[in-house]
Design a protein around this ligand. Structure first.
Ligand code: NCD
Length: 361
């Protein structure tokens, strides 16, 4: 059974206007993680559990026997990859997470090949997907549409889980999970994420990754955030007021040089000019929001550089050779944390941990 909330038969508008705390209850099933839609669903305990599952899974996968064991974990499940916005990493890492766990996949990446062009409503399209699969992983240009898919299916007889793989300018919770996983791994020997200073650089206003990551970072103690962006593209008020309520300290600055000596992690992002209405991002000088070899000496020796990718020129490729550049590992971490999510949602996490403990690889 879904949560005790009586949201069946309510309209989408009524559902959409529920407070976040109520929606989160609705995204669970039998008190467990089910739909993965927004970062506010994840508390520290759940984050740590997912990290443990991801670590166990990647270690099990190091041997052929382990890989075969993982492939037999969820062969009875089918996933739909519905990605109607461009994607390389998120699509491929979910696809490969499914391969690792034996989950079969179907995909729609181009809406012009689906019956949406014949005038089928979004609601009917989602219901149709749910007829064939056990989970729908979706990226959609429209904010809130993955939540809407959940609402649609909960008014149907096949409420399969929905994973949000990027919703317009709003959220990208599974990216934020892999970012937390990357931070956790890199700070494991330095007391974890607690107490760290994390700078986010670039188009913070329209970048969904930095929004989702800000929510997740609020689960940690004494973190300090720096938002480094031109004023026009600074972090939006909703995130700032959320952080204020959670007592997380943040500072807005307009030049990367001001934070290089302070940050434990510098999270770079690209300008999201696909969201321009009238070319507003064209006339900016972005030289204050990039890292090149000339900036590296100012960066702390044990700092890390992250990027959700794809990059443009905000990180000079020469920086890839610096040991503090972690974005390629960050990209690989995505497959493991997404595998962990599927394991958790399909309720086989105990088998994974038991197998890992019994083989002690
Ligand atoms: C990001 C996205 O799609 O929001 N990419 C990704 O999923 N790794 C970042 C971006 O496109 O800038």
């Amino acid at each position: 059974m879904k949560s005790t909330l009586n949201v069946k038969n309510c309209s989408w508008d009524q559902f959409a206007s529920l407070p976040t705390a109520q929606k989160i209850e609705f995204f669970k099933k039998d008190g467990r993680l089910y739909d993965v839609l927004i970062s506010q669903q994840f508390n520290r305990e759940l984050l740590e559990e997912l990290i443990n599952i991801a670590n166990a899974t990647r270690r099990i996968a190091k041997t052929k026997e382990g890989m075969i064991w993982l492939k037999n974990l969820l062969p009875h499940k089918r996933a739909m990859l519905y990605f109607i916005q461009p994607s390389t990493r998120t699509f491929l890492s979910f696809l490969n997470a499914c391969h690792i766990l034996g989950i079969s996949i179907s995909e729609v990446r181009d809406p012009s090949t689906s019956s949406e062009v014949k005038g089928e409503t979004y609601e009917d399209t989602i219901r149709t997907f749910s007829s064939y699969v056990d989970v729908i992983i979706m990226r959609h240009p429209q904010e809130g549409y993955s939540e809407k898919a959940t609402w649609v299916l909960n008014n149907s007889d096949r409420p399969v889980p929905i994973f949000n793989a990027g919703s317009g300018r709003d959220q990208h919770p599974t990216q934020a999970l892999l970012d937390i996983y990357t931070l956790h791994r890199n700070f494991a020997k330095r007391g974890g994420i607690d107490g760290k200073t994390i700078a986010m650089v670039g188009d913070l206003q329209r970048g969904r990754t930095v929004r989702s990551l800000s929510y997740l970072l609020s689960n940690y103690e004494d973190v300090t955030l720096y938002f480094v962006a031109p004023e026009r593209f600074q972090m939006k008020e909703d995130i700032k007021s959320f952080l204020e309520k959670k007592d997380i300290s943040y500072h807005e600055v307009d030049n990367i040089d001001k934070i290089l000596g302070k940050a434990d992690a510098v999270y770079m992002t690209r300008i999201q000019d696909e969201h321009d209405v009238s070319g507003e991002s064209k006339n900016y000088d972005y030289s204050n929001y990039r890292i090149g070899p000339e900036n590296l000496s100012a960066l702390k020796e044990d700092a890390i550089i992250m990027h959700p990718l794809p990059r443009r020129n905000e990180i000079d490729p020469i920086v890839d050779n610096d040991p503090r550049a972690k974005y390629w590992r960050q990209e690989r971490n995505g497959m493991w944390i997404r595998a962990a999510l599927l394991i958790k949602v399909f309720n086989v996490e105990e088998s994974v941990i038991e197998y890992y403990d019994s083989t002690a690889i």
